[in-house]
Design a binder for this molecule. Structure first.
Ligand code: ZN
Ligand code: ZN
Length: 164
C-alpha cells in the first residue's frame, strides 16, 4: 500500500472516486456546467486509480458489448474535467489522474511519478511555486500551466528494495 499521509491533505486522496464525484457535482453546480453521464463515467474511471490512465484505456474500460465509447468522446470529457481542475494531465505519460485536492485553479503542482510501480503522487509546494514564479518573471515568460513532473522511486518502493 502506498502511504499518502505526507503529501495529501485530509480532504481527499487519489483513488477516492466518491470524493471526486461529489466535488465535481459541486463545481458543476457552482459554475452552471453540465455533468453529463460520460463526464461522470470518465471521472469515476480515472478516480478509481492511483496510476494515470490514457484516453484509450478509459474508452476501453467504459465500453461494453454493444456500447462502444469512442476515444474522441473520452478526450472531450477529459478536456472538460481538466479545465475544471478535476483531473490533471501527466504530460510525460500522456495520461490522466484525478485530483483529490482542493487547491486553487492554476496552482503550481508537483507530480511525483514512480518509475517502478507507476504510482503518481500529487503535491503542492509554495516554495517551488514562489521560486518558479520569480524565474518565469525574470525570463518574461507567461506560463499556461505550472505543473512539474518528477520521475523517480516512491517511498513504498524504496522501502521494499531496502528490505530485500
Ligand atoms: Zn490537483
Ligand atoms: Zn513506487
Amino acid at each position: 500500500m502506498h502511504d499518502h499521509a505526507e503529501t495529501h491533505d485530509a480532504a481527499g486522496c487519489c483513488g477516492d472516486a466518491d470524493g471526486a464525484i461529489s466535488r465535481a457535482e459541486r463545481i458543476c453546480r457552482e459554475r452552471d456546467l453540465q455533468f453529463t453521464r460520460l463526464r461522470r463515467d470518465v471521472l469515476v474511471a480515472v478516480a478509481g486509480q492511483t496510476k494515470p490512465l490514457g484516453a484509450y484505456d478509459i474508452a476501453e474500460r467504459l465500453s461494453a458489448p454493444g456500447r462502444r465509447v469512442a476515444a474522441v468522446s473520452v478526450y472531450r470529457a477529459l478536456d472538460f474535467l481538466t479545465e475544471n481542475g478535476l483531473v490533471h494531465r501527466i504530460a510525460s505519460r500522456n495520461a490522466f489522474v484525478s485530483c483529490g485536492h482542493s487547491h486553487t485553479d492554476g496552482a503550481g503542482l508537483v507530480f511525483l511519478i514512480c518509475r517502478n510501480c507507476g504510482t503518481i503522487d500529487e503535491t503542492t509546494s509554495p516554495e517551488i511555486e514562489h521560486q518558479l514564479g520569480r524565474t518565469l518573471a525574470k525570463a518574461g515568460f507567461k506560463p499556461t500551466s505550472r505543473i512539474l513532473e518528477v520521475e523517480g522511486e516512491c517511498g513504498a518502493c524504496l522501502g521494499r528494495s531496502a528490505e530485500a
